[in-house]
Ligand binder design. Structure first.
Ligand SMILES: NC(=O)c1ccc[n+]([C@@H]2O[C@H](COP(=O)([O-])OP(=O)(O)OC[C@H]3O[C@@H](n4cnc5c(N)ncnc54)[C@H](O)[C@@H]3O)[C@@H](O)[C@H]2O)c1
Length: 279
């Protein structure tokens, strides 16, 4: 049977960080479209919960509790997934965390935790799944970067350095593996309403900064990131590799902020209502 261009039904994917937020939304979107999903996460209970919820909706999922910083555990999780589903077709790397500190007082352990999880862990997942895809029929990988892959953010020397690295890693893997049937892309979300953001960002920052500076005037929803991840995994994106796609409500389109008018031209545009936000 010929699959529709966007179809991923019958395939199997590992989603790291699949037990919460963006990863959970990706896992559920893939499962709802008929793919089998491994819920890779440090948190075993949360991974089991997401797998149960997918099963309750007639989807196929297995919880895979492991630490993305551990190469052997990552390889073992990939093997378990292949045994469970008989195949592997790709990967979403959404495991990540944020520990903001001023650069001058950032301790080494905090630097290491964020860089090891968000960058080294991502590399190890790509390597473990990439090896299996290279040995089989190829596939697709989507890395979760951030608008902090594209611009700085005070207090996040560790996080931004790792996220800029995600961009570089994605480019290199796309070049190395393109001719061997593996596409590798990244998405760069703006603030998305997830536990990571609710834990790490003061509520006033959401309304005063995040919403104010975003042309669409709000944070993203996990499902809106998952929709672009889904596209990149599917055959509809068969000629897309090495790309980092902003999914950011227009944040990186320019230097606009609603409250401050941002530049000379925008003062008159604000006055004439062009930039007006819904009230
Ligand atoms: N939420 C946002 O605003 C936002 C914006 C841009 C990028 N991102 C990125 O998206 C990704 C997911 O973030 P989220 O907001 O969904 O966070 P989240 O906290 O809701 O989920 C992250 C998941 O990763 C898991 N995890 C953490 N360390 C791990 C490890 N060592 N091994 C395995 N699993 C681990 C956690 O247990 C958790 O379930 C992160 O890379 C984050 O940097 C988030």
């Amino acid at each position: 049977m010929t699959q529709a261009a966007g179809s991923i039904a019958g395939r199997a994917y590992l989603v790291t960080g699949g037990a919460s937020g963006i990863g959970e939304a990706c896992a559920k979107a893939l499962a709802a479209a008929g793919a089998s999903v491994g819920i890779g996460d440090l948190d075993p209970e949360a991974a089991a919960r997401v797998a149960r919820e997918i099963a309750a909706a007639n989807g196929r999922a297995v919880p895979l509790p492991f630490d993305v910083r551990d190469a052997a555990a990552t390889a073992a999780a990939v093997e378990t997934l292949e045994q469970a589903f008989g195949r592997i077709d790709g990967l979403v790397t959404a495991a990540g965390l944020s520990r903001p500190r001023p650069a001058e007082s950032m301790d080494e352990a905090t630097w290491d935790l964020v860089v090891d999880t968000n960058l080294k862990g991502m590399f190890l997942s790509c390597q473990a799944v990439g090896r299996r895809l290279l040995a089989g029929q190829g596939g697709a990988i989507v890395n979760i970067g951030s608008v902090n892959s594209l611009g700085g953010f005070a207090g996040r020397a560790n996080y931004c350095s790792a996220k800029y690295g995600v961009d570089g890693l994605t480019s290199v893997l796309a070049i190395e593996w393109g001719r061997r049937g593996i596409r590798v892309n990244a998405v760069a979300p703006n603030g998305v309403d997830t536990p990571l953001v609710r834990k790490g960002i003061p509520p006033g920052f959401v309304s005063n900064v995040l919403e104010n500076r975003t042309p669409l005037g709000r944070m993203g929803r996990p499902e809106e990131i998952a929709a672009v991840v889904f596209f990149l995994l599917s055959d509809a994106a068969s000629y897309v590799t090495g790309a980092t796609i902003p999914v950011d409500g227009g944040l990186t389109a320019g230097f606009y902020t609603n409250a401050q008018g941002a530049d000379l031209a925008s003062s008159s545009l604000l006055a004439s209502g062009v930039y007006a936000e819904p009230t």
